[in-house]
Write a protein that binds this ligand. Structure first.
Ligand code: SAM
Length: 315
């Protein structure tokens, strides 16, 4: 569906839980956590996705919180993937529960995964996220083997935490067929509010003249991609703060408690509970209004008070 500024909104990011098994320093937010009891069911998500598909959504990403904490994640995947009109189903995950499950997720209908990995040093990784590096690396290999490809690795760069590892991450693409994407720290958690913690993607790129510009995988993608001679994978840079890509934004978001949100940068949400009870026509009207009225841009630079809770929104 085309919004008030002429953008084609066809990509739904569905946050299926706010619960998470990690505590990333740049993401953590203690407020506004949706309790498990208030999470929408697989059936409710399926009805919402069906309505979005009628309005032209063809691409869905499951996120959170950690989506693999949902016991019914296979049911969610199967229902979403079987919705008429949904061509692409992906997931953003910390991969801690991927080992032993990747092939089953693929079989249920998941097309591909983005895996968050902020350090290749086990101790730094533990400090930044509370996570276990070996588990994530095993999860990446299993995702590749299961065909959840292209596997994309999301690295949020934070000064004085992982910025010394940029070349180690680039080196990972030499032997692994993965897209490593450096994501500029957004002003969402406490760390992100301090400009001093943010690195400039432009500076990282200009210091590495061997990066060869690549055409995007698809039009309007947020990352700017590069190839490196002799490497199996590619490197991408996502710069939501320094280089807004709102003019090309095609996204709409739904939270785990069934609230629709038009923009990552604005806390305004509309509940879908009532329209769901009223039936499909009411649901379509509510979604249409949310999509049409999507804000022009996130305005991160004007106020750091918007969008505090990434764990709720799911990126
Ligand atoms: N639990 C899953 C995971 O870890 O990938 C999905 C949810 S997580 C909130 C989604 C993405 O948001 C992750 O790649 C994470 O690194 C990113 N993220 C969280 N806070 C961020 C921030 N302040 N700036 C940039 N990216 C952030």
């Amino acid at each position: 569906m085309i919004d008030q500024f002429g953008r084609n909104i066809h990509y739904l990011r569905l946050s299926v839980t706010e619960r998470c098994n990690l505590r990333c320093t740049y993401c953590r937010a203690d407020e506004g956590i949706c309790p498990k009891a208030e999470e929408f069911s697989a059936e409710q998500f399926a009805q919402i996705v069906k309505a979005f598909a009628i309005l032209g959504v063809d691409k869905v990403r499951l996120t959170g919180g950690e989506p693999l904490l949902r016991r019914d994640i296979l049911e969610i995947i199967t229902r979403v993937k079987n919705t008429t009109g949904i061509a692409d189903l992906s997931m953003t995950t910390n991969a801690h529960r991927l080992v032993g499950q990747a092939a089953t997720l693929k079989k249920a209908g998941l097309d591909r995964v983005n895996i968050s990995l902020d350090s290749l040093n086990a101790e730094v990784f533990r400090q930044m996220t509370g996570g276990n590096l070996a588990q994530v690396l095993a999860g990446i290999d299993e995702a590749i083997a299961a065909g959840l490809t292209p596997v994309k690795i999301n690295v949020v760069l934070v000064r004085n935490q992982n910025n010394a590892e940029i070349d180690d991450f680039i080196a990972l693409t030499r032997t692994k067929p993965v897209d490593v994407r450096f994501i500029e720290l957004m002003p969402l958690g406490e760390l992100g509010r301090e400009d001093a913690n943010r690195l400039s993607n432009a500076e990282i790129i200009s210091a590495r003249p061997y990066l060869q510009p690549l055409a995007p995988r698809y039009p309007g993608q947020p990352s700017v991609d590069y190839a490196i001679a002799g490497h199996l994978g590619r490197v991408g840079f996502i710069s939501p703060y320094s280089k807004k890509f709102c003019a090309d934004c095609n996204r709409i978001r739904v939270m785990s408690d069934g609230k629709v949100r038009s923009c990552l940068g604005f806390d305004r949400e509309v509940s879908l509970l009532e329209p769901l009870h009223q039936g499909e026509a009411a649901l379509l009207e509510t979604l249409k209004a949310a999509m049409f009225n999507k804000p022009l841009a996130h305005e991160f630079e004007q106020s750091h008070s918007h969008a505090k809770n990434m764990r709720r929104i799911g990126g």
